[in-house]
Design a binder for this molecule. Structure first.
Ligand code: NAD
Length: 249
């Protein structure tokens, strides 16, 4: 029962594919109703949740537009009447060397990967603090710890997501709202498609992963259900690495 999410509503961002789709389906499998927000709609996520008898509503929104987030959040609350779990997953990456990194690439990444995470956490946080309970799960990265190459905006945003997770946890842990993060390792999605397409780089990364393989989006189902459920009620401000051992090496 510790992992049961029956009666809970989870708002998951970036659900049209990749990690967000798998986490939305995993939360529904654990019993949660899901509000799925993405810049583009995905019938496959909706169909997968409905196929297991789950409840899901989909909202199409560009979360990088900060001035629209309040109304998007209100629509999300309206779907099932409340939000118990927020998974801040939507994110983008722009790969250009730092010396050539354009102001637009920098801003686009910061707007979505960092600003939307703070503003949505603030909106959900107020809603959860009023009710004295809630779970917020941010999606960090190996680049919350490491520097990466050619992705300065992404690295800055993901370091900031780890810091924000701790900052909000300090303020809200005593008021019934747990905030933690998941830091995925190398997972096969659109985000990493340029790396998987580069045979030499793919091979060298795979060889460095102790588990000997890249992660699949389904590898995040268990960790997200854990952090969304009562099983993690005494965890606050933690960044949970789901990386096949990458950081242990
Ligand atoms: P993805 O590109 O497959 O999915 C990204 C999702 O975000 C999509 O559903 C897309 O529709 C949505 N999105 C993009 N721009 C948006 C916007 N402006 N407004 C609303 N939604 C928007 O990527 P993914 O690999 O599934 O990444 C999900 C998260 O995991 C990201 O935060 C990413 O940084 C993080 N991450 C991924 C990996 C990996 O190896 N794939 C590793 C570490 C962290």
């Amino acid at each position: 029962m510790l992992f049961d999410l029956t009666g809970k509503t989870a708002l998951v961002t970036g659900t049209s594919g990749g990690l967000g789709a798998a986490m939305a389906i995993g939360l529904a499998e654990a019993g949660a109703s899901v509000v799925a927000i993405s810049s583009s709609n995905s019938n496959s996520t909706v169909e997968a949740v409905r196929a297991i008898g789950g409840q899901i509503e989909q909202i199409s929104a560009d979360l990088s537009k900060a001035d629209t987030l309040e109304s998007v959040f209100e629509r999300a609350v309206g779907c099932f009447g409340k939000i118990d779990i927020l998974v801040n997953n939507a994110g983008i990456i722009r790969r250009t060397p730092a010396a050539d990194h354009s102001a637009k690439d920098w801003q686009d990444v910061i707007d979505l990967n960092l600003n939307s995470v703070f503003y949505l956490s603030q909106l959900a946080g107020r809603h959860m603090l009023e009710r004295g309970s809630g779970k917020i799960i941010n999606i960090a990265s190996m680049l919350s710890y490491q520097g990466g190459i050619n992705v300065p905006g992404y690295t800055a945003s993901k370091h900031a997501v780890a810091g924000l997770t701790k900052a909000l946890a300090n303020e809200w842990a005593g008021r019934g709202v747990q905030i933690n993060a998941i830091a995925p390792g190398y997972m096969t999605t659109n985000n990493t498609a340029p790396i998987t397409a580069d045979e030499a780089r793919y091979k060298s990364i795979t060889e460095r992963i102790p588990a000997g393989r890249w992660g699949s989006p389904d590898d995040l189902k268990g960790p997200v259900v854990f952090l969304a459920s009562a099983a993690s009620d005494y965890m606050n401000g933690h960044v949970l690495n789901v990386d096949g051992g990458w950081l242990a090496r």
